[in-house]
Design a protein around this ligand. Structure first.
Ligand SMILES: [Zn+2]
Length: 376
């Protein structure tokens, strides 16, 4: 019997992520969701009644957004562990960071099933954490940016199909949430907000890009610190969300926006992500929190376990108990940072805060976002 998410938050997970890899040389060679789940269990934060197994999305559910021919190509690629030149060219399978790997259909289809379930569980309200979700670059008929299926879009459709018509999607991954923004371009029912590193792939999400009125974008400069994200929250994002009085909020918490991530150059600490999750809790009767990017296994696991603590109001211990420390000590990482990880990556969950000056371009982004009419 699963807890009522209106009474206490529910965690949607799966064992499919354990030992799943995009291949040894890929940034997604690392464990992520399994680390988060293991940490939450080791800390006594995840009793069985609060954990729900993500189901695999059905073809009909995937077809709510994705081209059935593309879904069939994903199944084919998993079954044969190969892709024809036509499927590579048409669907971008097996190219550009979207590799053919063992669970390449089941894994994203289970993430999609998890996010759809999260939306259904919160139909009447409540909070659900689905750290495997957040594949925000996936397109209707092609893979993009390590994402095969766009689980945020499918979860947002599940809310729309349940009759909601005023939803906020907030994305604090280091990369622009392009796939979600484009899926709801011109759609007043889903307002998308993305904070991302300026000048980084996919090179979209300029401050002036409002997706026909349904979006706001905050392309922050490299080095963005906790104080700067806090500034954007207080001066732009919170006012934007409060004004809309949304029925539901979906928050994508990509951990690649944190300082130690090897793929981006932002300088946030995990306190920044936890503060955003805390702020979103009271702003809508329904909240679904997803994961997203994140390519340092310690950073990702610590960030997302702390998100679960934040949603529950659990206090994070200064020093982790031995069982939780053992989870972090067991991680391996084939990059320079993995050869000699600093002790606090294994002994703590909370980073030291990374506060700093709020630079003029950040203040300008906040002002621009609240301007009704953009300057010509
Ligand atoms: Zn990212």
């Amino acid at each position: 019997m699963v807890s009522d998410p209106r009474v206490s938050p529910v965690y949607v997970g799966s064992e499919i992520y354990r030992n799943s890899s995009y291949g040894p040389k890929h940034p997604l060679a690392i464990p992520r969701v399994s680390t988060c789940t293991d940490l939450c269990r080791a800390l006594g934060w995840l009793p069985d009644a609060r954990f729900v197994e993500a189901p695999i999305a059905t073809d009909a559910e995937l077809a709510r957004f994705h081209d059935p021919a593309y879904v069939a190509a994903l199944r084919r690629a998993e079954a044969t562990q190969s892709a024809s030149p036509e499927d590579r060219a048409r669907f971008r399978i097996g190219v550009e960071g979207n590799p053919i790997y063992r669970e390449m259909f089941r894994r994203p289809a289970i993430s999609a099933g998890g996010v759809i379930l999260a939306a259904r569980l919160t139909r009447d309200g409540g909070v659900v954490h689905c750290p495997a979700g957040g594949t925000h670059h996936g397109r209707r008929d092609r893979a993009a940016g390590f994402c095969f299926i766009n689980d945020p879009v499918l979860g947002l459709y599940a809310w729309l199909d349940a009759g909601l018509d005023n939803i906020v999607y907030l994305d604090i991954d280091a990369h622009h949430g392009d796939g979600v923004q484009d899926a709801f371009h011109d759609d007043p029912r889903v307002f998308t907000i993305s904070v991302h590193e300026d000048g980084r792939w996919p090179f979209t999400g300029a401050a002036e890009d409002r997706a026909g009125g349904a979006a706001r974008n905050f392309p922050v400069p490299p080095g963005c610190n906790d104080s700067e994200l806090d500034w954007l929250m207080r001066h732009a994002i919170l006012p934007l969300v409060r004004t809309r009085r949304p029925q539901a909020i979906m928050l994508q918490c990509g951990a690649d926006a944190l300082e130690e991530d090897p793929l981006a150059k932002l300088s946030l600490s995990n306190n920044a992500h936890w503060a955003v999750a805390r702020a979103m809790r009271g702003l809508a009767p329904r909240l679904v929190v997803l994961g997203g990017g994140g390519y340092n296994p310690w950073t990702v696991g610590r960030c997302w376990a702390g998100i679960w603590a934040t949603l529950n109001g659990f206090s994070v211990p200064d020093r982790l108990p031995p069982a939780a420390e053992a989870v972090l000590r067991g991680l391996r990482f084939d990059r320079a940072a993995g050869r000699n990880p600093p002790a606090h990556w294994s002994t703590t969950l909370r980073d030291p805060p990374r506060e700093g000056p709020v630079r003029a371009p950040v203040k300008r982004l906040a002002e621009l976002a609240l301007t009704e009419t953009l300057p010509a």
